[in-house]
Each structure stands twice: as C-alpha cells, then as structure tokens.
Design a protein around this ligand. Structure first.
Ligand SMILES: N[C@@H](CCC(=O)N[C@@H](CS)C(=O)NCC(=O)O)C(=O)O
Length: 273
C-alpha cells in the first residue's frame, strides 16, 4: 500500500500527486498541517527528518524528497512510464528536477511567501510563529524565511528568485524549440511534471505572464500542461475557490514590483546563465 503524507497547496506534494495520477496508482493520503507545525511531530520526523512534505511510505518504507519519490514510483511501477527510454534523455530529464531542487523550489517559495503566506503567518499567534521559525533547522533556510517574512518583495532573496525564474524560462523556451512538444522529448515525462506545480503557482499568483508573455513556446507548453487531467485533478480541483482567489489577489499586489525587478535583473545580469 502506498501512503502519501501531504499538505494543502504544497508545490512539492503536487508534483508527486500528478505523478501518481499519470500512472494511475492507488494510494491513501495523510494530511500534515504545516501551519499547526505538525511536520515537527516526533513521529513524522522519524519518517522525514527534515520535517517537510511530501513523504511516501511504500509498505512501511519511507521515501523522501519529491523528485526522488517521483522517480521511485516510476521505477517501482513501470507501467505508463514517465521517464524516457535512453540514458541520454533520462539525463536531460533530470536536468529539470535538478533545476527545481536547486533553484526553482526556493524561488517559488520566496515569491509565494512574499506575496501570500507572509500574510497568513502574520495572523498566527506569536507563539506559533516563534515555534515555526525556531524549528527551521537549516540556518540558510531560516535566514531566507526571516528575510522574506520581514521585507516581503523587497527581500534580496526575492530578487534572486526572479533571476532564477528568468533563467529557467529561458531554458524552457530553448528546450521546447529543440525537443518539443514537451520539455525532454515527444512524450510527457517527469521533466515536465517537475515544472508543472511551480509554473501553476506563478500563474495563480498572476506572475507568470511577467516571465512568459514573450515566450510563445512556453505559453503553448503551459496551455497544454494545464489542461491535462492530472493537473486539473491534482492541483486545480484540490484548491478551494477562496484559496485561488487569495493567491490571485495577493500575487497581483506584487506584480508590478516583480516586473520592475525582472527588468532590473535583465539590465544587470542578462548574459549570466
Ligand atoms: N526538497 C524537498 C522540499 C520539501 C519542502 O520543503 N516542502 C515544503 C512544502 S512544499 C514543506 O514541507 N515545508 C515545511 C515548512 O514550511 O515548515 C522536496 O522536494 O520534497
């Protein structure tokens, strides 16, 4: 039996849900309420020592890290494969999960947090907020968290996030030109699935257009990816209308600032990759 520990509107969890859906695998879910600090429950920390979601438990064996969980699922259940056949294309596919794990996850968190979750955290009790900050064990992560909480879109981490997104969308536009219609090859693979929740989040925040208005292949890719049943079932229909509205509204408020910072980034760093 597959059990997935999930949290509401969690981008990393969505990646695994889309993978399970594309493969047609049955599973059960256990909800971890991140705003009630349930991720730091000692029983959960035994499964996932970093205190994050998702965690997959396959017949008692915990598997952590969403990119690794997706590959684990595809390897364990070979029907409806989501990895290309050749080692070369698999390496190309992993470039997308590496990009997400190394840059895009943090970048999405910075943008989401500065636009939206920051306001949610402001309404926590002081004690809840103290526990939340105190429990972030990694000093680098805690610094990012504190900076975005305090400065919102003016945090230097948000500027860095905008740069990471700019580079990622440039790579997507190029890859779709070379490989299309999907990111790695003619089939929808884990390469695409890795990007979907992050692009969806930017779209909900009304920030996607800032980056892809002049990138026609990426716009077309997103139109096709967003219309897939797995995206609709695992992202769109999992969200309450009020949650979508909140993301739309909070994101729209920082849109101009993000667009300005993107222009600033392009002026200063357009050649760096
Ligand atoms: N690299 C990890 C990141 C997991 C992660 O940070 N998940 C977020 C939700 S998307 C989380 O659980 N955060 C807990 C917290 O904010 O305390 C993965 O891909 O699984």
């Amino acid at each position: 039996m597959l059990t997935l520990y999930v949290a509401r509107n969690s981008i990393c969890t969505q990646k695994v849900l889309v993978t399970l859906h594309e493969k047609g695998l049955p599973f059960e879910t256990r909800e971890v309420n991140l705003f009630a600090n349930e991720q730091y429950d000692p029983a959960y920390l035994r499964l996932n020592p970093k205190g994050v979601v998702p965690t997959l438990v396959d017949n008692g064996l915990p598997v952590v890290e969403s990119s690794l969980i997706c590959e684990y699922l595809d390897e364990s259940f070979p029907e409806r494969p989501l990895r290309p056949e050749t080692p070369f294309l698999r390496a190309r596919m992993r470039l997308w999960s590496k990009l997400v794990d190394e840059q895009i996850f943090e970048a999405t968190r910075e943008l989401s947090f500065s636009a939206h979750f920051r306001h949610k955290m402001q309404s926590m009790t002081e004690e809840q907020r103290r526990v939340r900050f105190a429990n972030v064990g990694d000093p680098e992560r805690r610094a990012r968290f504190a900076s975005t909480y305090e400065h919102g879109v003016e945090s230097p981490y948000v500027f860095q996030a905008i740069g990471h997104f700019e580079k990622a969308f440039r790579s997507m536009e190029e890859a779709l030109g070379e490989n299309g219609p999907w990111l790695v090859c003619g089939d929808y693979t884990l390469g695409d699935i890795n990007m979907v929740p992050y692009v969806a989040r930017l779209d909900y925040l009304r920030l996607l257009d800032v980056f892809i208005a002049d990138r026609p292949r990426t716009r077309d890719w997103w139109a096709r990816a967003a219309a897939r049943e797995s995206t609709l079932a695992c992202i769109e229909r999992q969200l309450e209308p009020a949650e979508i509205r909140e993301m739309n509204e909070h994101g729209a408020r920082i849109r101009d600032a993000v667009a300005e910072k993107r222009t600033e980034y392009l002026r200063g760093f357009s050649r760096s990759l």
